[in-house]
Design a protein around this ligand. Sequence first.
Ligand SMILES: N[C@@H](CCC(=O)N[C@@H](CS)C(=O)NCC(=O)O)C(=O)O
Length: 206
Amino acid sequence: MNTLYYSPGACSLSVHIMLEWVGKPYSAVQVSYADAEYQKLNPAGQVPALDAGDGNVLTQCSAILAYLAHTHPAAALAGNETPLGQAQLGRWSAFFTGDVHPAFFPVFMPQRYTTADDETSLANVRAAGTSLVRKRLDLLDAHLLNRTYIVGNSRTYVDAYSVPMIRWASLMLPGGLASWPGVKAHHERMLADVGVKQAMRDEGLI
Ligand SMILES: N[C@@H](CCC(=O)N[C@@H](CS)C(=O)NCC(=O)O)C(=O)O
């Protein structure tokens, strides 16, 4: 059985959603990043980590999401299996891992991006991160305006991946997602999904 190690509302929420979508029994354990016991499991001190129940502990969100999709083919969450289909899925997974997620780091942890510790410097770092988040949303919005799902005609693991990050944006940006109607419509569809709701309920987010 899979065991997810998560922090409420963090990027690990995407794995929690995938576990709901694949529909097999799993357990979910809330952890603190700084907890020494947890760091034995994931020395990076980050979530998510997934104990696959076979002696393997997996880390890195994008890898875990792809693993769950490929180990549960009946759930059809891995998109089109052709090389082109996988490249399209990989493109959007890399976009969330490499472009969207890091744009939030200066917003949430500005002290990691400057050696200054005065409030003005920290606010400037936060503002730079926020501006990057907006840029990423612009790109995703243009892609989503005429689409129901991020890749193809049914949900995939990149739709799950989008949920925590678009939720952060909706909570953090003044006006929420109003400037990105394609992103907003997609996120609302995701929030209405039964599995998404269950994962969010389990994490105490709704
Ligand atoms: N590259 C990692 C990043 C994971 C990550 O940064 N997770 C955040 C939560 S969204 C975290 O654990 N932050 C705690 C920290 O960096 O100290 C992944 O994609 O899994």
